[in-house]
Design a binder for this molecule. Structure first.
Ligand code: DPX
Ligand code: MG
Length: 560
């Protein structure tokens, strides 16, 4: 016999989840019990609901989807920031919230954890704005199709969904799950539109001599990474990658021509995009940050954009197309156009080898990244928090198989601590390394305790540059100073009597090397290495980027 809660658990398990993240509250306790009845689905606890949402977001990066279960209002509204992030980052995170008893709706009753008004719909209304599907379950008979609709839509759209379950319905009997294929079935491309788009794109390419590919972050959401390689290999052209899509095209591929990010591109990438006569954009997102304050935005008739569900260039626009189908179709028909690759080979500069600093010399950013680079192996995932960690991460060369995670569209500081936790829960076989600034860490630091609880051997490089350095470079003021913490010392507090986390403080290269050695040997918990560097010791790219972004922010209002 199924209940609303066990039905939900069955569906989460059937779509491939092995875990769900949760924070308890009286409106979801019975629901949590019901979820626990499913032995294929482990319940993983978080310190608060914001972290719970971000943990699920990180898990979705590793496993393709995720679920976070919270209580009403006081929990749900905290989780909402992470759900906005999942929307912006194209990740199907299912937010499940317990809710007041269905008998308390449309009555004179006031309920705790609410605004002390009779409105119990506000969380649902907010969730509707930030998800692709939101349902409120107030009848057990309706629950199966409501749950299926929310999950199916999230998986198809690669966006978060919201399921609210009145607390007295979690254990109410309902229908048993029917075949999961109804949820997993993908809509296929419209054959006519697909054929026309491919043929028009072939004509477009026939007329060009120097195309370049530009990979964007929606390529992964479209599940089209393999097909992008196929197209690249048919064309033979240079392949550049946007910062938010780092690792979505293998950096050890012979056609990889670096990160295109306007003025702060990796060496040769901007030159090759500027030199090209056409840019094929695959799943790209151009915003003020990724265009470096609107200074680097491929546009006009020489740009062909293939997005998750449509293809557009010049005055053509084809809808109802899966990016995957378009790319593999085009790969089988496109002409060879390798001029940009030939040119890139001429201009490319080999990787700069940084000279090791003296072991007792004061730690600098350059020495820190020099020591992190060799830790990256085929099974590493590097997670970079918003801040100079973006730029430090961008500069790392990724061996084949290595993955890179960044939350560049949403850019909410604090994301990386729980996202790293969630990612590590979801991919126990990978070595997870996080680069996190001191300011960001202060938002969500307590989730390190959950890494300790689950004995996850994550390595955190905590960059203590004494403040919000990226903001300092955009626009400085007293608000960019933060209270210093004993970051390494926190680990002892989180360990309490039963944890095996390690915390180290590195003030020079020698101490950092020792700490890295200990981190690699610690298999029983996370290792946090606090790297103490100067407040202004940031990457040169941050300086250039910050100047441009500040200029974009400072544009005067249009005269009325
Ligand atoms: C803010 C940012 O210490 O990194 O390398 O020192 O910059 P750096 P830190 O983690 O500081 C981060 C800080 C304050 N951004 O420089 S990027 C504004 C902001 C945001 N998200 C949220 N609040 C404020 N991005 C949730
Ligand atoms: Mg900082």
């Amino acid at each position: 016999m199924y209940t609303v809660g066990s039905y939900l658990a069955a569906r989460l398990s059937q779509i491939g989840l092995k875990h769900h993240f949760a924070v308890a509250g009286d409106f979801n306790l019975v629901l949590l019990d019901q979820l626990l009845t499913n032995k294929d689905l482990e319940q993983v606890y978080c310190c608060n609901e914001l972290n719970c949402g971000y943990s699920a977001e990180g898990y979705a990066r590793a496993c393709g989807a995720a679920a976070a279960v919270v209580t009403f209002s006081v929990g749900g509204l905290s989780a909402i920031n992470a759900i906005g992030g999942a929307y912006a980052e194209n990740l199907p995170v299912i937010l499940v919230s317990g809710a007041p008893n269905s008998n308390d709706r449309a009555t004179e009753h006031l309920v705790h954890h609410t605004l002390a008004t009779h409105d119990l719909t506000y969380q649902f209304e907010i969730a509707k704005k930030l998800t692709c599907a939101a349902v409120a379950i107030t009848s057990a008979a309706e629950a199966p199709h409501q749950i299926d609709y929310a999950i199916r839509t999230a998986l198809r759209e690669k966006k978060p969904a919201y399921i609210e379950v009145a607390c007295n319905l979690s254990a109410a009997p309902c229908a048993a799950p029917e075949p999961i294929s109804a949820i997993l079935r993908e809509e296929s491309s419209d054959p006519g539109s697909l054929k026309a788009a491919i043929s028009a794109a072939v004509d477009f390419l026939q007329g060009k001599q120097k195309p370049v590919l530009l990979i964007g972050s929606k390529l992964r959401a479209a599940g089209a990474e393999k097909q992008a390689i196929e197209l690249a290999e048919t064309l033979g052209c240079a392949v550049t990658v946007m910062a938010a899509a780092k690792s979505f095209f293998p950096e050890d591929h012979p056609q990889f021509a670096g990160i295109y990010w306007g003025e702060v591109s990796s060496a040769g990438a901007r030159e090759i995009v500027d030199w090209s006569d056409s840019v094929i954009c695959l799943g790209t997102i151009f915003n003020d940050y990724s265009t470096v304050g609107w200074t680097a935005m491929p546009s006009g008739p020489s740009v062909l954009t293939a997005d998750r569900n449509h293809v557009t260039f010049g005055d053509r626009d084809f809808g109802g197309i899966h990016l995957r189908d378009f790319l593999s179709g085009l790969a089988s028909k496109a002409p060879k156009r390798d001029a940009t690759m030939t040119e890139y080979r001429r201009i490319r500069i080999g990787p700069r080898t940084e000279v090791p600093a003296k072991p007792d010399a004061k730690l600098k950013r350059t020495e820190m990244v020099r020591q992190i680079q060799p830790l990256l192996t085929a099974d590493t995932t590097l997670i970079a928090e918003t801040g100079d960690s973006w730029f430090n991460g961008m500069g790392m060369a990724l061996p084949g198989g290595a993955r890179f995670e960044i939350e560049m569209q949403w850019g909410s500081i604090g994301w990386s601590v729980p996202a790293t936790f969630g990612y590590a829960v979801g991919s126990p076989g990978r070595r997870v390394i996080a680069l996190i600034g001191d300011g960001s860490f202060q938002l969500t630091a307590q989730e390190v305790a959950q890494m300790i609880r689950r004995k996850l051997p994550v390595i955190i490089f905590l960059v203590n540059n004494h403040g919000y350095t990226i903001e300092i470079e955009i626009h400085d003021g007293p608000y960019n100073n933060i209270k210093n913490w004993d970051y390494a010392g926190l680990i002892a507090a989180f360990n309490a009597t039963d944890g095996h986390g390690l915390g180290f403080r590195a003030t020079n290269g020698g101490e950092l090397a020792q700490a890295v050695k200990a981190a690699l040997a610690n298999h029983d918990g996370p290792t946090l290495i606090e790297c103490i560097i100067d407040r202004d010791d940031c990457s040169p790219d941050l300086l250039s980027w910050g100047r441009r972004v500040a200029a974009a922010n400072a544009r005067p209002p249009n005269p009325q």
